[in-house]
Design a protein around this ligand. Structure first.
Ligand code: NAD
Ligand code: DAU
Length: 349
């Protein structure tokens, strides 16, 4: 039995990764460490909470003593690190929170691993989950490859870039067996409704304005979250030490086109007259430092590990909308309390 620590497993992507590992690998004991911030929700993984190879640990990766004790107690064989502050808009209002969790929290995990593992033991693995945002913004053409220079523009992406650098530095300096992946925008079930797709689904259901930043011509490369979890599984097991892999959807959309498609699909699902939801589109003040375009060249992970997305955007969006429509209780729970205060501050309602 291997003891595997997954951080941030009560969040959006982490919950899909935890479910996959608990279900597919009975010979792993999965420890899910999560501080349960506003973005963490045990409802995301309620279906596996009683699995014999699963333990939830509530705790903060920035608590050095707690983390040291946890490593001492469980002697982890590997770490898959997803815990982070993840929303760009929040990083603009509270950048320090991003330094604390994304930089210092990652450092504390790295130090725990360094104390716990012999540098020569290549059976261990520290897997750091990162983002394409570290590469900054593309113009109208081109793709991010693994060798694109880091050029982060938001406090969020700067904090993720910093954590990537520390992971690599621990590999070079102390022989840490690590792997890093940089992924594009995920979407799917359990996505917190502060991010574009779930926020707009929630607002359409409630007939609220759809706040499109700037001219809406910003472009993102969307990947279904289950396909990201598949890629993480593959890289964890087959990826080479000290390597980086880019993961993307081969699926670029300008925000405004994506929003119009979402409106059409929601009208169908809600039996509304075509064009009803699109009337909610409202252009609002732009995000400061807004990156124009992200697009991933995922040919390395395809060539070396055989990964490619399994779900088309049509299918993924359909499944996502259906999930939100059948899980309105989940939406009600996560949008009560603090969410209202955040929404007023961000969108001035
Ligand atoms: P999320 O915000 O949905 O979840 C983050 C989780 O981390 C939450 O459960 C939260 O409670 C936990 N957490 C936050 N601070 C913590 C702390 N100090 N200690 C312990 N737990 C803490 O995020 P997500 O969208 O699932 O992203 C997961 C990871 O993937 C992040 O590292 C993010 O940078 C990266 N990523 C996200 C995307 C995306 O599109 N969402 C794309 C590429 C990479
Ligand atoms: O690229 C990967 C990154 O994708 C992840 O690392 C981040 O954790 C994740 O949050 C996401 O970042 P984005 O900033 O791209 O995602 P978001 O959903 O916040 O915004 C997507 C696009 O939609 C972006 O161009 C901003 C725009 N937008 C967003 C919101 C919330 C709007 O126009 N209006 C909005 O209200």
């Amino acid at each position: 039995m291997k003891n595997i620590l997954i951080t941030g497993g009560a969040g959006f992507i982490g919950s899909h990764v935890v479910r996959r590992f608990v279900t597919n690998y009975p010979n792993y004991h999965i420890f899910n460490l999560d501080a349960l911030t506003y973005a963490g929700n045990l409802e995301n993984i309620a279906d596996i909470e009683n699995a014999p190879n699963y333990t939830f640990v509530k705790g903060d990766i920035t608590d050095e003593t707690f983390i040291a004790n946890l490593f001492f107690k469980h002697q982890f064989d590997a770490v898959i690190h997803l815990a982070a502050e993840s929303h760009v808009d929040r990083s603009i209002t509270d950048p320090l929170a991003f330094v604390r969790t994304n930089v210092i929290g990652t450092m504390i995990l790295l130090n725990a691993v360094k104390t716990s593992w012999k540098s020569s033991d290549s059976s261990k693995r520290f897997y750091h989950i990162s983002t394409d945002e570290v590469y900054g913004s593309l113009g109208e053409t081109g793709l991010f490859t693994e060798t694109t220079a880091y050029d982060p523009n938001s406090p969020y992406s700067a904090s993720k870039a910093s954590s990537d650098h520390f992971v690599r530095a621990y590999g070079e300096t102390y022989g840490l067996p690590y792997v890093i992946t940089n992924c594009s925008n995920n979407y799917g079930p359990n996505h917190f409704p502060e991010k574009l797709i779930p926020l707009f689904i929630h607002n359409i259901i409630n007939n609220k304005p759809l706040p499109v930043y700037g001219d809406g011509k910003y472009t993102r490369d969307w990947l279904y979250v289950i396909d990201h979890a598949r890629a993480i599984d593959l890289v964890f097991h087959k990826g080479k030490n000290h390597e980086t892999y880019n993961i993307g959807g081969f699926n670029e959309w300008q925000n405004i086109d994506l929003v119009k498609l979402l409106c059409e699909k929601m009208d169908e699902k809600l039996n509304r007259t075509p064009g009803t939801s699109a009337q909610l589109i409202t252009y609002v003040k732009d995000r400061p430092g807004h990156d124009l375009r992200y697009a991933i060249d995922a040919s390395k992970i395809n060539r070396e590990l055989g990964w490619k997305p399994s779900v088309t955007f049509e299918e993924g969006l359909e499944q996502t909308i259906d999930w939100y429509l059948t899980n309105q209780k989940w939406l009600d729970h996560v949008t009560s309390g603090d969410y209202q205060g955040y929404y007023e501050k961000q969108y001035g309602e």
